[in-house]
Design a protein around this ligand. Structure first.
Ligand SMILES: C[S@@+](CC[C@H](N)C(=O)[O-])C[C@H]1O[C@@H](n2cnc3c(N)ncnc32)[C@H](O)[C@@H]1O
Length: 285
């Protein structure tokens, strides 16, 4: 059986040509392999096994076991949220805020780091600075640790300044950082319980605690974690400093009101690549 024949078989079974291609690239380790390349029996069995898992509702990213995020290729498994393209944009917003503040060796916190996507992007793309990567989930932190070690090896920088810490939002940061954090970035869970019920099967395979939050204090569905992260960030930020928080487009207005009432100024919500409000920025002076 050739690569093209197996690709056609998997595409028909999955109803998605690009997913078949991802699977074959993973099995062969060669995206540009010729379509007439003959597949070995073992490769065929592995590829069919992966397609069967996908058909059973598992996210492609967990089956493949890694996924690109900005310049990184991150390990992902069911212990962490699959990093999303809109979060890549949130990193751009955070980097712009870091540049705007112009602090020498800025201290950055990624609150709810999951796979480490935001923290590791900032650490590798910023010219200077230190990054704290926090999460309440020990499982997620284990994945972030693997990603941190991989990035350190790839960048031949065993000292890449990232510290992983188990924490309820920012609560476990060392007290010496109070008032000394320049930028807090967070992509908290922001899906409401009722939205969760309607999510696709594969999205519901991601950790519940990474996706779902209760209503905010104003009753806005799914806003409690955004509110808590913004509220805690306020007490750790330097003056000047900034918080950058990802949210759902329909949460932009209530979250803006919340940020203002927490004392943030210049509050705005930047759009994602689809033009939907996505990254709330609040500054302190
Ligand atoms: C939407 S995921 C974001 C993961 C990663 N930052 C990303 O953008 O791909 C939210 C993360 O927040 C973490 N989280 C949930 N509640 C938390 C809390 N109270 N304190 C710290 N982290 C929390 C979850 O474990 C999860 O890793």
């Amino acid at each position: 059986m050739t690569r093209a024949e197996l690709a056609a078989e998997l595409a028909a079974s999955l109803g998605a040509r690009h997913e078949a291609r991802f699977i074959l690239d993973e099995v062969l380790g060669a995206p540009l392999a010729s379509p007439v390349q003959l597949m070995g029996e073992r490769e065929i069995a592995v590829a069919r096994g992966m397609a069967a898992r996908r058909k059973a509702g598992e996210p492609l990213q967990y089956i493949i076991g890694h996924w690109p995020f900005r310049t990184l290729d991150l390990r992902v498994d069911p212990r962490v949220l699959i990093p999303r393209p809109e979060t890549e944009q949130v990193v751009d917003v955070a980097m712009a805020e870091i540049a705007y503040l112009g602090a020498a060796r800025p201290v950055i916190v990624d609150a709810g780091t999951g796979s480490g996507a935001i923290a590791l992007s900032l650490a590798t793309e910023m010219s200077d600075g230190v990054v704290w990567a926090l999460d309440a989930s020990t499982d997620a932190l284990a994945v972030a640790r693997v990603n941190l070690e991989t990035v350190r090896q790839q960048h031949e920088d065993s000292m890449l300044p990232v510290t992983l810490l188990e924490s309820n939002w920012l609560a476990a940061l060392p007290g010496s950082l109070r008032g000394a954090v320049n930028v807090v970035v967070a992509n908290p869970p922001y899906v409401s319980g009722s939205e969760w019920d309607g999510l696709a099967e594969d999205v519901r395979r991601e950790p519940f605690g990474a996706l779902v939050a209760s209503a905010g204090s104003d009753g806005t569905p799914g806003l409690s974690a955004v509110e808590e992260a913004m509220s805690q960030a306020r007490t750790w930020l330097s003056k000047p400093g900034a918080v950058v928080v990802e949210l759902a487009p329909d949460q932009a207005e209530p979250a803006t009101r919340m940020a203002r009432s927490l004392g943030y100024v210049d509050v705005r919500v930047d759009p994602d690549l689809a033009g939907r409000p996505r990254a709330l920025v609040g500054r302190v002076r």
